[in-house]
Design a protein around this ligand. Sequence first.
Ligand code: ZN
Length: 243
Amino acid sequence: MPLEQRTRTCWHRRVRDAFTDLVLGGRCVGCGHGGRALCPACATTLPDRAWPAWPTPTPAGLAPPYAAAAYDSVVRAMVIAHKERTVLALGRPLARLLSHSVAAIAGTGPVVLVPVPSRPGTTRTRGHDPTWTLTCSAARLLACKGYAVTAARLLVSRGGVVDQAGLGAVARSANLTGSMCCHAASLRRLAGRRVCAVVCDDVLTTGSTAREAQRALEAVGVPVAGIAVVAATRRRLPGHGHV
Ligand SMILES: [Zn+2]
């Protein structure tokens, strides 16, 4: 890009950021700098690939899990702001991270990305379904790169599950077992297509939620190639410190 055009672009960006800050009180979730929800400096710190992210202990039979980042610092702030405060501008960079994890799993065959379902009522309370939004955006990003990827809400939550926060691995597993089932209408649309699924979520902690999603899909004959998440806890990822 010519210097003059680059200077003009930077100037336009600064004016837009200043306007956003003035009107909306926008701040970067990473460093607090006024302007966009994620400033260019913080955006450059985001990973550009995903790593295996096996939780410890690993739920028996868990499909290979991949995470693009540690659930820490900027990425943690992005996930929370997008999910709890509906900062939708963070959807695209978060979806890009999720797409790295899917790309690490997906081969050349058709893949359907299946989001972990929210608990009944949670989506209504939040006013949006962040996991579904990220899953759809990741599918679009990968389709543009030539991957045979679609997204489908195959799973629904049966309800009766308590909040997972504060529960250990065993309690989480007991809380979740049998809590998801496959949406019959969505499954019918897949009928006859030889696809495998990749379970998608924002954060992997104990792996219990992902394992339950995997169980529910496999119970109706949908093979699961892996678990793709934005970020993972309780695992040391190369180059990303302790999670
Ligand atoms: Zn920043």
